[in-house]
Design a protein around this ligand. Structure first.
Ligand SMILES: [Zn+2]
Length: 155
């Protein structure tokens, strides 16, 4: 008898959920050997194990410094410069070019906060596409460009 403990069994799961489940299942298997619930997963055991193997080998590769360095920076094969989220690219700019200390718009140097502002809202990893703006100018700038951006998007 299969003990059904998961409400979403049978439903289509996302890849992410599958991975999370695989992980928790394997942890559960190790801490509860012989539990009846595990019968349900018997058929999937191979699948889970092969997935774990894959993630382990990936971990090993990642622990290799040379490999890791090859995966970071602009030489990375998985470079996601165009797809990185807005927040992610802002923090990347800060990490790479430091926190701005001057506003390119009004020239102020003692504002409470300075931001990196994407000039054409493309959020590319390209310094020339960014300006250093104080919070006040950034807001104005974004507001102006938001309208422009929305307009072109709706055309
Ligand atoms: Zn300013």
């Amino acid at each position: 008898m299969i003990k059904k403990i998961h409400g979403n069994v049978g439903k289509i799961r996302t890849q992410d959920m599958k991975e999370k489940m695989s992980k928790s299942i394997s942890e559960y298997m190790h801490s509860h050997p012989g539990h009846p619930f595990l019968n349900y997963w018997k058929g999937r055991k191979m699948k889970v194990q092969s997935k774990l193997k894959m993630s382990n080998s990936h971990k090993k590769r990642w622990e290799n410094k040379k490999f890791r360095n090859s995966q970071l920076g602009e030489n990375s094969k998985n470079w996601k410069g165009d797809t990185l989220s807005k927040g992610g690219i802002h923090s990347w700019m800060k990490r790479t070019y430091g926190s701005p200390r001057k506003c390119d718009e009004c020239g102020i140097t003692n504002a409470k906060r300075f931001d990196w502002a994407s000039i054409d809202h493309t959020y590319l990893r390209n310094r020339s596409k960014w300006r250093r703006l104080c919070r006040s100018c950034h807001r104005k700038y974004d507001y102006r460009n938001k309208n422009k951006y929305v307009k072109t998007r709706n055309q």
